[in-house]
Design a binder for this molecule. Structure first.
Ligand code: PLP
Length: 451
């Protein structure tokens, strides 16, 4: 415990008295009392009563290096002692942010050249919206400002990022704005009907073309999407999808923007998820795995083409955040990226732990009565639950069922997530085969008990 004189109930009572949590019914949470997590090591967490959990979600898809990394803590401490803060506003910079950019662009394909740093993924998407609009303004097309996202996509919880995302219940709670539009998600299992995955991928991509034509290409600034849809259920688009989306964006001069907040920094076995799917976005939104969640940091990566317009023709961009490129966050990001690279973590996901997880899931769940589809690559996966496999019929109360599975898992010391009709997992990239065995067997136990 942090403070040995305080019990779980003390923490819960103080929390209930003063703290509003994210995305929960606060009254129900206060009645139940949140678990009080106090320590982490590798993929495991402990609560203050000593109960151990396998974290199958890397926190919120962010602790890519796992918990308890002393090198990341040491990098933060060194930077805190040397230069804890200075801003980027008044013609200054500092070595940590310069060296972070050097390292980041050594990993990225060579057509990217510049980054704007933020503190989170939501902020990075806010910056995206303004940067994209500024880009078209500089090019003399200020009317090109509509951003197209996807229904059920998630890009953050601030106003612009909520409007860009496609979560209807978030829009209803004061989260919609003019000049945002949405197209359907490439969710073949639920929406594919009689089409093959290949055919459905093309159909879903062509919804973008129809939306651009409906709005007018001269009004559409960008299409923004996650390479695979995370919070919306770990939905992996059919193989035909991204190439067609890219063709459409190029044809209508619409920027293609990938939200790599979950997919970046090794999750799929490539450094970035768009590399796994084989397309070339104009911008990348990054956060989470950039620092393995040890400290808040995000950013917007720009192609050379966009950066040249902003830098060479744009003059002052009236935009900035007090903590942009924060030295301590940058120092942690450097230590994190070096560890992912030099310890071969990303290669390991591509060649060993990733294929191992995918193979175990297929072995264990292909014949499971509740599981209709297994999707995933690297260390990210989804199990689609269904009532009838051949017809892909879903349970009418699927969210109750997945929630029950998640709750049983939690009681058994497993953290995985329920989204709609899917159970989703994304363990830390340092997962050993032993960790993966524990993840798969506890997930099976939870599903068996749910059935
Ligand atoms: N984009 C994606 C794809 C995300 O999954 C998230 C968070 O889960 C965000 C953006 C928002 O990031 P943050 O919570 O750091 O603001």
């Amino acid at each position: 415990p942090q403070n040995p004189t305080r019990t779980t109930r003390d923490y819960q009572a103080l929390d209930a008295a003063h703290h509003i949590h994210a995305f929960v019914d606060q009254k129900a949470l206060n009645a139940e009392g949140p678990r009080v997590m106090v320590r982490g090591e590798g993929l495991h967490l402990w609560d203050n009563e000593g109960k151990r959990y396998l974290d199958g979600m890397s926190g919120l898809w962010c602790t890519n290096l796992g918990y308890g990394r002393k090198d990341l803590a040491a990098a933060a401490t060194r930077q805190l002692e040397r230069l804890p803060y200075y801003n980027m506003f008044f013609h200054t910079t500092h070595p940590a942010v310069v060296e972070l950019s050097e390292l980041l662009f050594s990993l990225l394909p060579s057509h990217y050249s510049h980054a704007i740093y933020t503190n989170s993924g939501s902020e990075a998407n806010e910056v995206l919206i303004r940067t994209v609009r500024r880009y078209w303004q500089i090019l003399g097309k200020p009317q090109k400002k509509v951003m197209i996202g996807r229904w059920n996509g998630y890009h953050g919880s601030t106003l612009g990022s909520t409007a860009l995302g496609g979560m209807g219940f978030m829009h209803e709670m004061g989260g919609m704005l003019p000049d945002f539009a949405h197209i359907g998600e490439p969710y073949w299992y639920v929406q594919g009907g009689e089409l093959t995955e290949e055919e459905f991928g093309l159909k879903a991509a062509r919804e973008l073309e129809a939306k651009i034509l409906e709005l007018g290409a001269d009004k559409v600034a960008a299409f923004v999407a996650e390479p695979f849809q995370g919070a919306g259920g770990m939905i992996f688009p059919p193989a035909s999808y991204w190439a067609e989306v890219q063709r459409i964006c190029r044809q209508y001069d619409v920027l293609l923007c990938a939200d790599e907040v979950i997919g970046g920094f090794g999750r799929t076995g490539e450094w970035f998820a768009h590399q796994h799917f084989g397309f070339e976005p104009d911008t990348l939104t990054i956060a989470k795995g950039l620092t393995s969640g040890y400290i808040p940091m995000g950013g917007l990566v720009l192609s050379k083409r966009m950066a040249e317009v902003l830098v060479e023709q744009g003059g002052v961009f009236a935009h900035g955040l007090t903590y942009s490129g924060h030295p301590v966050a940058a120092a942690v990001a450097i230590a994190n990226i070096k560890a992912l690279r030099d310890e071969g973590v990303v290669n390991q996901v591509k060649n060993d732990s990733g294929p191992y997880l995918q193979q175990c899931l297929r072995q264990v769940f292909e014949g499971h009565p509740l599981v209709g589809e297994i999707q995933g690559t690297g260390l990210v996966a989804a199990l689609q639950l269904c009532e009838d496999k051949p017809s892909r019929k879903r349970f009418a109360n699927e969210t109750d069922i997945t929630w029950r599975c998640r709750t049983i898992g939690f009681e058994e010391g497993l953290i995985i997530r329920a989204t709609g009709g899917r159970m989703i997992m994304a363990p830390a990239l340092v997962a050993t085969r032993g960790d993966i065995d524990e993840l798969v067997s506890k997930t099976k136990l939870a599903l068996d008990r749910t059935a």
